[in-house]
Design a protein around this ligand. Structure first.
Ligand code: DP6
Length: 334
């Protein structure tokens, strides 16, 4: 039997400036609100997909080890989505290599499913433009829709009464953004998290009394963020991003039972970033579903700010900037 050709794609993580937190449709992964992110230039994920004609089942390898449990279930489920689109049945061999610590709130699933969407679509010969690929990536992990594009990206929730919710929810790059933003990641902890973001999101929507207020304000945050990006207004971008992220954490911390990703160390960084701002630095915090804090700042100040945060926390810091579109690097010819 001749081996099927392999398609390989690379994608980068993204960090939301206005967060995605809460789904309208759990199966299709359609969010309750628009979100807006920056794709980074660090921690790429490289994924190869090779079809296994005549094979009995999918083989999934993540960072050199066979995937099990939830990861295996999610990747196989996503391959089923690709197969349904392609009207094909062959199982696939997926080999994915992360460079980001898995499960640390640095969005390995966003880069992972964006790379898998591109490589998988190519392997199954699904001919899709980037907008359609963002819709496909969304089915693996919501935030993956945004990692299909580089730079600043808007993910549309689509109208609540959309006739086709899947079609209405996709990501697009924001070409009018005029800001050279840096993000300093303070890597407080790189172990897997105790509650998955998927479960935390579900619990928050179902039980947090603060969630409706945060959701309503996040619509206004997207509008204000777009305007601030278009005029290159870093203080406005930073203030909106910090407020939106802290609000999201307030919703999950008031869920029943509460989800607490912020640790003492996170609070220490959040406080320090605020103090730096009080003494005139341009620094604002954002956090995702983990304890790590990402600090927004001007590119020209980033290494100095990273050095200070490293000294204050004793932790590794890393400076990221705007990163590229996801791309297919080796492909099955179409
Ligand atoms: C806190 O995209 O990981 O990072 O769609 O359930 O796979 P699923 O969730 P996921 O959630 C990311 C949540 C977040 C905020 C964001 O990236 O917007």
């Amino acid at each position: 039997m001749r081996a099927a050709p392999t398609a390989t794609a690379v994608a980068h993580p993204n960090i939301a400036l206005v967060k995605y937190w809460g789904k309208r449709d759990e199966h299709l992964i359609v969010p309750l609100a628009d979100s807006l992110s920056l794709t980074l230039d660090v921690f790429p994920t490289t994924t190869s997909v090779q079809l296994l004609p005549g094979g009995a089942q999918d083989v999934i390898v993540v960072d050199g080890r066979p995937a099990t449990g939830e990861v295996l279930r999610r990747v196989t489920g996503f391959l089923d989505v690709l197969r349904a689109h392609a009207r094909r049945h062959e199982p696939a061999h997926v080999d994915t290599r992360n460079t980001v610590p898995v499960g640390a709130g640095l969005a390995s699933s966003a880069a992972g499913f964006a790379a898998l969407a591109l490589a998988g679509a190519r392997a199954y010969e699904i001919d899709r433009d980037p907008t359609e690929l963002s819709r496909l990536a969304r089915r693996g992990s919501g935030s993956a829709a945004r990692s299909v594009f580089g730079g600043f990206v808007l993910w549309h929730a689509g109208p609540p009464d959309a006739a086709d919710a899947d079609l209405a929810s996709y990501a697009e790059p924001l070409h009018d953004a005029r800001l050279d933003l840096a993000m300093v990641a303070v890597l407080l902890q790189t172990g897997p998290k105790s509650v998955s973001s998927r479960e935390a999101m579900r619990r928050t929507v179902a039980t947090s009394p603060l969630f409706p207020g945060w959701l309503a304000s996040s619509g206004a945050d997207v509008t204000a963020m777009r305007a601030a990006l278009a005029t290159g207004d870093l203080p406005a971008v930073g203030a909106i991003a910090e407020r939106n992220a802290l609000g999201m954490h307030a919703t999950m911390e008031t869920a029943i039972p509460p989800v607490t990703y912020r640790t003492h160390a996170s609070h220490h960084v959040l406080d320090h970033v605020r103090r730096m701002r009080e003494r005139g630095e341009q620094t604002w915090s954002t956090m995702d579903a983990g304890p790590n804090v990402k600090v927004l700042c001007p590119v020209s100040d980033a290494s100095r700010i990273a050095a200070e945060l490293g000294e204050v926390t004793g932790c590794r810091t890393l400076v990221a900037r705007s990163g590229p579109d996801a791309t297919v690097t080796t492909g099955v010819p179409t």
